[in-house]
Design a protein around this ligand. Structure first.
Ligand code: LMR
Length: 393
């Protein structure tokens, strides 16, 4: 049965973590996979999460099945974190998914079921797993221009020019905030312009929001999602608790459908549940129990928000300090864009061969597309990483 299978291509992000683990050098630095690390290089369990987890374990009386949609209290709480407006919530539905990757796949399958010939438009570049997930669901993929490699900012006019050509009922995948991999985000004005295009041309926006709270703040980062949800008849959203709750391995995410009327949102959710049943039946419960415990307790929620804000501010500082180190080592302001980017990532504008040099000569692990994870930096790595980048540029 399996003799005709060949070894598949390795995942460009997950394979890096493996290579990093095997690297014996003491000065190696992991700027690959998108996880937050503290000054000691540890991905901590947040204090609010530990408190909620203790409460969950203390109060849990059963491990019986939950249901195909997961925990409904989690679903409501996670939905209101992204879309707090009651009018929007009244025509929205959501299910708990195994991480936002699970949400991406479920919603991609829903698109394929509802509109079999649909094309999904991805930003160029986009998260390395977006295209494989869309194609795995049988969807066609095209790209719209997004990132200006010269300025390292969003090329808004090129983006709008490309999106103006997207046909009705095709899908445009957008990053809610903290664009992966570039770190360059849409401005509120650009969100409004894309929304107007969607209104005019009838394409369906699909927003992946995996880093809410790491850009400009929890509320600010949801501007685009909220603006689109309020102004468009339909919207798909997948959100993640991996990063902002630090629950990476618990696989806790949501798939959200906003429809023109409540019954349509409910019917679409029914289809998602049917697909869940034939895929994994129901999502894992632990992470969702923790998130719901945090979000439904005002004191815990405030403590969580404070911890998240501290992480965000530390990232802002790391960006500023990496820039100063780079100015010092290159005698130029070529890397100042790092300070303008949002969230965990920036792309350096390096070719794969330069990323390979960073890895092989300096033990600095970034993704081949030029992405580095600022949230993987320890303060004590800054000078070394800056020297390595300066040597390779
Ligand atoms: C990343 O982009 O590094 C993360 O979202 C992890 C992943 O699953 O790829």
């Amino acid at each position: 049965m399996f003799s005709n299978l060949t070894a598949p291509k390795q995942d460009p992000i997950l394979s890096l973590s493996q290579a990093y683990r095997l690297d014996q050098r003491d000065n190696k630095v992991d700027l690959g996979i998108g996880v937050y690390k503290n000054s000691d290089g540890v991905t901590p369990v947040m204090q609010s999460v530990l408190t909620a987890q203790a409460r969950v374990l203390e109060q849990q009386t059963t491990k019986a099945y939950v249901g195909m949609a997961g925990d409904e209290e989690f679903n409501a709480a996670a939905l209101s974190l992204v879309l707090p407006d009651a009018a929007v919530a009244s025509r929205a539905s959501s299910i708990q998914t195994p991480g936002a990757s699970g949400g991406l796949r479920m919603l991609a399958e829903l698109i394929a079921f509802s509109n079999p010939g649909a094309t999904v438009w991805l930003s160029n570049p986009s998260y390395v797993n977006h295209q494989p997930v869309m194609e795995a669901a049988g969807l066609k993929v095209k790209h719209y221009r997004y990132f200006d490699v010269a300025t390292k900012q969003v090329d808004t006019s090129a983006l709008l020019e490309d999106l103006a050509k997207v046909k009705a009922k095709d899908v445009v995948l957008l990053h809610g905030c903290c664009h992966n991999p570039t770190g360059a985000d849409l401005t509120p004005e650009a969100w409004k312009s894309v929304t107007e295009l969607a209104q005019r041309n009838g394409f369906l926006p699909f927003i992946d929001i995996a880093y809410q709270g790491f850009g400009d703040g929890l509320a600010q980062d949801a501007f685009g999602v909220q603006h689109m949800a309020s102004n468009l008849p339909e919207l798909l959203v997948t959100s993640s608790c991996s990063k902002n709750f630090g629950l990476y391995r618990e696989r806790t995410g949501s798939a959200i459908i906003v429809a023109d009327q409540a019954t349509h949102a409910t019917n679409a959710r029914g289809k998602l549940l049917q697909m869940a049943r034939t895929t994994y039946t129901m999502p894992p419960a632990h992470g969702a129990s923790i998130v719901k415990t945090v979000l439904l307790d005002n004191e815990l929620k405030a403590a969580w928000q404070q911890e998240l804000e501290q992480m965000r501010l530390r990232l802002v500082n790391l960006r500023a300090n990496l820039c100063s180190e780079l100015v010092e080592r290159t005698g130029s302001h070529d890397f100042d864009f790092i300070q303008q980017h949002k969230g965990m990532f920036s792309v350096l504008g390096f070719a794969p061969s330069q990323m390979l040099r960073l890895r092989e000569e300096f033990g600095v692990y970034g993704v081949d597309d030029g992405r580095i994870n600022i949230a993987g930096l320890r303060e004590k790595d800054l000078a070394y990483v800056a020297s390595s980048i300066a040597a390779v540029r």
